[in-house]
Write a protein that binds this ligand. Structure first.
Ligand SMILES: [Fe+2]
Ligand SMILES: [Fe+2]
Length: 366
Protein backbone atom coordinates (compact mmCIF):
# COMPACT_ATOMS: atom_id res chain seq x y z
CA UNK A 1 0.00 0.00 0.00
CA UNK A 2 1.39 3.42 -0.95
CA UNK A 3 1.65 5.54 2.15
CA UNK A 4 3.29 8.98 2.10
CA UNK A 5 6.19 9.11 4.55
CA UNK A 6 6.71 12.82 5.20
CA UNK A 7 9.37 12.20 7.86
CA UNK A 8 11.51 10.40 5.30
CA UNK A 9 10.97 12.78 2.40
CA UNK A 10 13.87 13.38 0.11
CA UNK A 11 16.63 15.52 1.68
CA UNK A 12 17.49 17.11 -1.68
CA UNK A 13 13.87 18.16 -2.12
CA UNK A 14 13.97 19.77 1.34
CA UNK A 15 17.14 21.71 0.45
CA UNK A 16 15.67 22.91 -2.83
CA UNK A 17 12.53 24.00 -1.05
CA UNK A 18 14.49 25.97 1.59
CA UNK A 19 16.57 27.67 -1.12
CA UNK A 20 13.42 28.53 -3.03
CA UNK A 21 11.72 30.05 0.03
CA UNK A 22 14.83 32.09 0.85
CA UNK A 23 14.95 33.32 -2.75
CA UNK A 24 11.44 34.78 -2.70
CA UNK A 25 12.53 37.57 -0.37
CA UNK A 26 15.29 38.41 -2.84
CA UNK A 27 12.96 38.51 -5.84
CA UNK A 28 13.89 35.10 -7.26
CA UNK A 29 10.68 33.44 -8.39
CA UNK A 30 10.06 30.06 -9.95
CA UNK A 31 7.29 30.69 -12.51
CA UNK A 32 7.87 27.32 -14.20
CA UNK A 33 4.14 26.63 -13.66
CA UNK A 34 3.39 29.69 -15.79
CA UNK A 35 5.54 28.57 -18.68
CA UNK A 36 4.87 24.82 -18.61
CA UNK A 37 4.48 23.88 -22.27
CA UNK A 38 2.30 20.89 -21.46
CA UNK A 39 -0.56 23.17 -20.40
CA UNK A 40 -3.32 23.33 -23.03
CA UNK A 41 -3.74 27.11 -23.07
CA UNK A 42 -6.35 29.24 -24.85
CA UNK A 43 -9.39 27.27 -23.72
CA UNK A 44 -12.64 29.16 -23.85
CA UNK A 45 -15.77 27.11 -23.11
CA UNK A 46 -18.88 28.42 -24.86
CA UNK A 47 -21.62 30.04 -22.82
CA UNK A 48 -25.18 28.96 -23.49
CA UNK A 49 -27.35 32.06 -23.71
CA UNK A 50 -29.92 32.08 -20.94
CA UNK A 51 -28.39 29.00 -19.31
CA UNK A 52 -24.82 29.79 -18.35
CA UNK A 53 -21.64 27.76 -18.41
CA UNK A 54 -22.50 24.07 -18.37
CA UNK A 55 -20.32 21.08 -17.63
CA UNK A 56 -21.21 19.83 -21.09
CA UNK A 57 -19.74 23.02 -22.59
CA UNK A 58 -16.38 22.43 -20.90
CA UNK A 59 -16.36 18.95 -22.42
CA UNK A 60 -16.65 20.41 -25.93
CA UNK A 61 -12.99 21.40 -25.57
CA UNK A 62 -11.09 18.49 -27.10
CA UNK A 63 -8.16 18.42 -24.74
CA UNK A 64 -10.33 18.58 -21.62
CA UNK A 65 -13.41 16.73 -22.76
CA UNK A 66 -11.74 13.59 -24.05
CA UNK A 67 -12.64 10.74 -21.69
CA UNK A 68 -10.32 7.77 -22.15
CA UNK A 69 -11.47 4.15 -21.89
CA UNK A 70 -8.90 3.61 -19.18
CA UNK A 71 -7.85 6.35 -16.76
CA UNK A 72 -4.22 7.34 -17.39
CA UNK A 73 -3.32 7.64 -13.69
CA UNK A 74 -4.56 7.18 -10.17
CA UNK A 75 -4.06 10.60 -8.64
CA UNK A 76 -6.51 13.45 -8.26
CA UNK A 77 -4.83 15.42 -11.06
CA UNK A 78 -7.68 17.06 -12.98
CA UNK A 79 -8.32 15.59 -16.42
CA UNK A 80 -6.44 17.74 -18.95
CA UNK A 81 -4.04 19.37 -16.47
CA UNK A 82 -0.25 19.02 -16.73
CA UNK A 83 1.10 17.08 -13.79
CA UNK A 84 4.34 16.40 -12.02
CA UNK A 85 5.80 12.92 -11.86
CA UNK A 86 5.41 10.55 -8.90
CA UNK A 87 2.02 11.83 -7.77
CA UNK A 88 0.63 9.84 -4.82
CA UNK A 89 -1.96 7.26 -5.85
CA UNK A 90 -5.51 7.34 -4.45
CA UNK A 91 -5.97 3.58 -4.73
CA UNK A 92 -8.94 3.88 -7.08
CA UNK A 93 -10.22 0.49 -8.23
CA UNK A 94 -12.73 1.70 -10.85
CA UNK A 95 -10.32 2.86 -13.56
CA UNK A 96 -12.21 1.71 -16.67
CA UNK A 97 -14.81 3.91 -18.30
CA UNK A 98 -17.34 1.12 -18.88
CA UNK A 99 -17.49 0.42 -15.14
CA UNK A 100 -18.99 3.83 -14.33
CA UNK A 101 -19.93 5.77 -17.45
CA UNK A 102 -23.26 6.74 -19.00
CA UNK A 103 -23.44 8.85 -22.16
CA UNK A 104 -26.02 11.22 -20.64
CA UNK A 105 -24.15 11.85 -17.39
CA UNK A 106 -22.94 15.40 -18.16
CA UNK A 107 -26.41 16.60 -19.12
CA UNK A 108 -27.92 14.91 -16.06
CA UNK A 109 -25.43 16.70 -13.84
CA UNK A 110 -26.21 20.05 -15.45
CA UNK A 111 -29.93 19.39 -14.96
CA UNK A 112 -29.46 18.25 -11.36
CA UNK A 113 -27.63 21.43 -10.44
CA UNK A 114 -30.24 23.68 -12.03
CA UNK A 115 -33.25 21.93 -10.44
CA UNK A 116 -32.34 21.72 -6.77
CA UNK A 117 -35.19 22.53 -4.37
CA UNK A 118 -35.65 22.99 -0.67
CA UNK A 119 -37.81 20.76 1.52
CA UNK A 120 -38.19 23.52 4.12
CA UNK A 121 -39.45 26.36 1.93
CA UNK A 122 -40.58 24.93 -1.41
CA UNK A 123 -43.36 22.75 0.03
CA UNK A 124 -46.53 24.68 1.02
CA UNK A 125 -46.58 23.06 4.47
CA UNK A 126 -49.00 25.70 5.78
CA UNK A 127 -51.65 24.29 3.40
CA UNK A 128 -51.76 20.90 5.16
CA UNK A 129 -55.26 20.07 6.39
CA UNK A 130 -56.43 17.51 8.95
CA UNK A 131 -57.25 14.25 7.15
CA UNK A 132 -59.61 11.48 8.29
CA UNK A 133 -57.62 9.24 10.69
CA UNK A 134 -57.32 6.29 8.28
CA UNK A 135 -56.11 8.59 5.48
CA UNK A 136 -53.52 10.24 7.73
CA UNK A 137 -52.35 6.79 8.90
CA UNK A 138 -52.03 5.65 5.28
CA UNK A 139 -50.18 8.78 4.18
CA UNK A 140 -47.82 8.50 7.16
CA UNK A 141 -47.14 4.84 6.36
CA UNK A 142 -46.28 5.75 2.76
CA UNK A 143 -44.02 8.50 4.10
CA UNK A 144 -42.39 6.01 6.48
CA UNK A 145 -41.67 3.52 3.70
CA UNK A 146 -40.16 6.26 1.54
CA UNK A 147 -38.13 7.72 4.42
CA UNK A 148 -36.80 4.20 4.93
CA UNK A 149 -35.86 3.47 1.34
CA UNK A 150 -34.70 6.87 0.10
CA UNK A 151 -31.36 7.05 1.82
CA UNK A 152 -30.06 3.73 0.52
CA UNK A 153 -29.85 5.63 -2.75
CA UNK A 154 -27.43 8.03 -1.02
CA UNK A 155 -25.48 5.41 0.93
CA UNK A 156 -25.00 3.28 -2.18
CA UNK A 157 -23.32 5.86 -4.46
CA UNK A 158 -21.38 7.19 -1.46
CA UNK A 159 -20.02 3.68 -0.87
CA UNK A 160 -18.61 3.50 -4.42
CA UNK A 161 -17.70 7.12 -5.13
CA UNK A 162 -14.18 7.12 -3.69
CA UNK A 163 -13.27 4.00 -5.69
CA UNK A 164 -14.00 5.72 -9.01
CA UNK A 165 -11.09 7.32 -10.79
CA UNK A 166 -11.00 11.10 -10.87
CA UNK A 167 -10.65 10.91 -14.67
CA UNK A 168 -14.42 10.22 -14.74
CA UNK A 169 -15.29 13.29 -12.69
CA UNK A 170 -18.67 13.74 -14.43
CA UNK A 171 -19.90 10.49 -12.90
CA UNK A 172 -18.60 11.42 -9.48
CA UNK A 173 -20.24 14.85 -9.65
CA UNK A 174 -23.53 13.35 -10.76
CA UNK A 175 -23.50 10.76 -7.98
CA UNK A 176 -22.76 13.54 -5.49
CA UNK A 177 -25.97 15.28 -6.66
CA UNK A 178 -27.81 12.02 -6.17
CA UNK A 179 -26.59 11.87 -2.56
CA UNK A 180 -27.95 15.39 -1.99
CA UNK A 181 -31.23 14.57 -3.78
CA UNK A 182 -31.79 11.50 -1.61
CA UNK A 183 -30.97 13.43 1.55
CA UNK A 184 -33.74 15.84 0.59
CA UNK A 185 -36.12 12.95 -0.14
CA UNK A 186 -35.51 11.42 3.27
CA UNK A 187 -36.02 14.86 4.78
CA UNK A 188 -39.25 15.67 2.97
CA UNK A 189 -40.98 12.34 3.68
CA UNK A 190 -39.91 12.37 7.32
CA UNK A 191 -41.26 15.91 7.60
CA UNK A 192 -44.55 14.87 6.02
CA UNK A 193 -44.99 12.08 8.57
CA UNK A 194 -44.43 14.50 11.43
CA UNK A 195 -46.28 17.55 10.10
CA UNK A 196 -49.98 16.75 10.31
CA UNK A 197 -50.79 15.07 13.61
CA UNK A 198 -49.62 11.58 12.58
CA UNK A 199 -46.16 10.06 12.96
CA UNK A 200 -43.78 7.49 11.55
CA UNK A 201 -45.36 4.07 10.99
CA UNK A 202 -43.95 0.61 10.51
CA UNK A 203 -40.52 -0.23 9.03
CA UNK A 204 -40.76 -3.59 7.30
CA UNK A 205 -38.41 -6.57 7.23
CA UNK A 206 -38.97 -7.16 3.52
CA UNK A 207 -38.02 -3.59 2.62
CA UNK A 208 -34.89 -3.82 4.74
CA UNK A 209 -33.86 -7.06 3.01
CA UNK A 210 -34.08 -5.39 -0.41
CA UNK A 211 -32.06 -2.41 0.84
CA UNK A 212 -29.35 -4.65 2.26
CA UNK A 213 -29.02 -6.46 -1.07
CA UNK A 214 -28.34 -3.09 -2.74
CA UNK A 215 -25.71 -1.89 -0.29
CA UNK A 216 -24.02 -5.31 -0.13
CA UNK A 217 -23.85 -5.94 -3.90
CA UNK A 218 -20.27 -6.97 -4.70
CA UNK A 219 -19.88 -4.72 -7.76
CA UNK A 220 -21.04 -1.21 -8.57
CA UNK A 221 -22.84 -2.43 -11.67
CA UNK A 222 -24.93 -5.01 -9.83
CA UNK A 223 -25.90 -2.56 -7.11
CA UNK A 224 -26.58 0.16 -9.69
CA UNK A 225 -28.83 -2.15 -11.72
CA UNK A 226 -30.72 -3.19 -8.58
CA UNK A 227 -31.07 0.33 -7.27
CA UNK A 228 -31.15 2.71 -10.25
CA UNK A 229 -32.85 0.52 -12.83
CA UNK A 230 -35.13 -1.65 -10.71
CA UNK A 231 -35.74 -0.11 -7.26
CA UNK A 232 -35.72 3.60 -8.11
CA UNK A 233 -37.60 2.86 -11.32
CA UNK A 234 -40.44 1.38 -9.28
CA UNK A 235 -40.26 4.27 -6.82
CA UNK A 236 -40.53 6.68 -9.75
CA UNK A 237 -43.87 5.10 -10.70
CA UNK A 238 -44.97 5.29 -7.05
CA UNK A 239 -44.21 9.02 -7.13
CA UNK A 240 -46.22 9.42 -10.33
CA UNK A 241 -49.17 7.62 -8.78
CA UNK A 242 -48.65 9.53 -5.53
CA UNK A 243 -48.94 12.86 -7.29
CA UNK A 244 -52.16 11.75 -8.97
CA UNK A 245 -53.78 10.19 -5.89
CA UNK A 246 -52.64 12.41 -3.04
CA UNK A 247 -55.34 14.06 -0.93
CA UNK A 248 -53.82 17.56 -0.80
CA UNK A 249 -51.60 19.84 -2.88
CA UNK A 250 -48.88 19.47 -0.26
CA UNK A 251 -48.32 15.79 -1.01
CA UNK A 252 -48.82 16.40 -4.73
CA UNK A 253 -45.99 18.90 -4.75
CA UNK A 254 -43.74 16.62 -2.69
CA UNK A 255 -44.23 13.76 -5.14
CA UNK A 256 -43.83 16.03 -8.17
CA UNK A 257 -40.52 17.46 -7.00
CA UNK A 258 -39.14 14.06 -5.95
CA UNK A 259 -40.22 12.63 -9.30
CA UNK A 260 -38.03 15.00 -11.31
CA UNK A 261 -35.00 14.03 -9.21
CA UNK A 262 -35.77 10.33 -9.37
CA UNK A 263 -36.13 10.41 -13.15
CA UNK A 264 -32.48 11.52 -13.40
CA UNK A 265 -31.25 8.70 -11.18
CA UNK A 266 -33.17 6.10 -13.17
CA UNK A 267 -31.99 7.59 -16.44
CA UNK A 268 -28.31 7.46 -15.38
CA UNK A 269 -28.65 3.85 -14.20
CA UNK A 270 -30.34 2.69 -17.39
CA UNK A 271 -27.75 4.39 -19.60
CA UNK A 272 -24.91 3.12 -17.41
CA UNK A 273 -26.14 -0.45 -17.76
CA UNK A 274 -26.31 0.06 -21.52
CA UNK A 275 -22.78 1.47 -21.68
CA UNK A 276 -21.45 -1.30 -19.44
CA UNK A 277 -22.92 -4.06 -21.58
CA UNK A 278 -21.89 -2.44 -24.86
CA UNK A 279 -18.27 -1.99 -23.77
CA UNK A 280 -17.62 -4.98 -21.50
CA UNK A 281 -14.66 -7.03 -22.81
CA UNK A 282 -16.56 -10.26 -22.12
CA UNK A 283 -20.16 -9.28 -22.67
CA UNK A 284 -21.67 -12.78 -22.67
CA UNK A 285 -20.20 -13.73 -19.29
CA UNK A 286 -21.24 -10.36 -17.85
CA UNK A 287 -24.80 -10.85 -19.16
CA UNK A 288 -25.08 -14.36 -17.70
CA UNK A 289 -23.87 -13.22 -14.31
CA UNK A 290 -26.15 -10.20 -14.30
CA UNK A 291 -29.20 -12.25 -15.30
CA UNK A 292 -28.58 -14.57 -12.33
CA UNK A 293 -28.26 -11.59 -10.02
CA UNK A 294 -31.43 -10.05 -11.48
CA UNK A 295 -33.41 -13.26 -10.84
CA UNK A 296 -32.68 -12.93 -7.12
CA UNK A 297 -32.93 -9.13 -7.12
CA UNK A 298 -36.37 -9.03 -8.75
CA UNK A 299 -37.64 -11.57 -6.25
CA UNK A 300 -36.48 -9.64 -3.21
CA UNK A 301 -37.66 -6.29 -4.59
CA UNK A 302 -41.05 -7.74 -5.50
CA UNK A 303 -41.47 -9.02 -1.95
CA UNK A 304 -40.82 -5.51 -0.66
CA UNK A 305 -43.28 -3.94 -3.10
CA UNK A 306 -46.08 -6.42 -2.33
CA UNK A 307 -45.97 -6.39 1.48
CA UNK A 308 -49.06 -5.23 3.36
CA UNK A 309 -47.44 -2.12 4.80
CA UNK A 310 -46.55 -0.96 1.28
CA UNK A 311 -49.58 -1.78 -0.88
CA UNK A 312 -52.41 -1.31 1.62
CA UNK A 313 -51.69 2.35 2.46
CA UNK A 314 -51.84 3.10 -1.27
CA UNK A 315 -55.16 1.24 -1.55
CA UNK A 316 -56.51 3.32 1.36
CA UNK A 317 -55.36 6.57 -0.28
CA UNK A 318 -56.66 5.57 -3.73
CA UNK A 319 -59.98 4.45 -2.22
CA UNK A 320 -60.16 7.58 -0.02
CA UNK A 321 -60.39 5.51 3.17
CA UNK A 322 -60.47 1.92 4.47
CA UNK A 323 -64.11 1.67 3.32
CA UNK A 324 -63.03 2.24 -0.25
CA UNK A 325 -60.08 -0.18 -0.28
CA UNK A 326 -61.67 -2.59 -2.73
CA UNK A 327 -61.84 0.18 -5.32
CA UNK A 328 -58.47 1.43 -4.16
CA UNK A 329 -56.90 -1.92 -4.90
CA UNK A 330 -58.15 -1.72 -8.49
CA UNK A 331 -56.00 1.40 -8.87
CA UNK A 332 -53.05 -0.20 -7.07
CA UNK A 333 -53.17 -3.15 -9.50
CA UNK A 334 -53.03 -0.75 -12.45
CA UNK A 335 -50.08 1.07 -10.91
CA UNK A 336 -48.33 -2.25 -10.23
CA UNK A 337 -48.76 -3.40 -13.85
CA UNK A 338 -47.38 -0.12 -15.11
CA UNK A 339 -44.39 -0.36 -12.77
CA UNK A 340 -43.43 -3.80 -14.05
CA UNK A 341 -44.01 -2.90 -17.70
CA UNK A 342 -41.88 0.25 -17.36
CA UNK A 343 -39.13 -1.83 -15.73
CA UNK A 344 -39.10 -4.27 -18.66
CA UNK A 345 -38.91 -1.34 -21.07
CA UNK A 346 -35.91 0.13 -19.23
CA UNK A 347 -34.18 -3.26 -19.40
CA UNK A 348 -34.91 -3.42 -23.14
CA UNK A 349 -33.46 0.06 -23.62
CA UNK A 350 -30.31 -0.99 -21.76
CA UNK A 351 -29.87 -4.11 -23.91
CA UNK A 352 -30.67 -6.36 -20.95
CA UNK A 353 -33.92 -8.10 -21.96
CA UNK A 354 -35.70 -9.50 -18.91
CA UNK A 355 -39.26 -9.87 -20.20
CA UNK A 356 -38.98 -13.53 -21.25
CA UNK A 357 -36.80 -14.66 -18.39
CA UNK A 358 -38.22 -12.77 -15.41
CA UNK A 359 -40.62 -14.31 -12.92
CA UNK A 360 -42.20 -10.87 -12.54
CA UNK A 361 -45.49 -10.47 -14.30
CA UNK A 362 -47.22 -7.21 -15.16
CA UNK A 363 -50.39 -8.81 -13.76
CA UNK A 364 -50.48 -7.93 -10.04
CA UNK A 365 -50.16 -11.04 -7.82
CA UNK A 366 -52.93 -9.77 -5.48
FE1 LIG B 1 -35.07 9.34 -3.96
FE1 LIG C 1 -33.25 8.32 -6.34
Amino acid sequence: MAIIDLAGSDAREDDERAAYLDGIAEGRYDLSWMHDERVAWGSKAALRPGVGLTLKATNQLDHYGKVLDRAPGGSMAPRGAAFETDLPQMLYTYNDKYLVWADNVESLYDEAISRQWDATRDIPWHDLEPLPPDMERAMCQVATFLTEVEFIAADFPAKWLWRMNQHFHEVKLFLATQVVDEARHLEVFRKRALANGGGLGLASRTAERALSMIINADTYLKGSYLMHVLGEGLVLDIFRAGEFLSPTDVEKKIFRLCMQDEARHVSYGTMHLKYFLEHHPDRETALTELHQFADAGEDIIQRAFTSASVIEPFAVIAGEGVEGMETGFETVRLVYSKMIEEYFRRCDRAGFPRRDRSRLSPAAPF
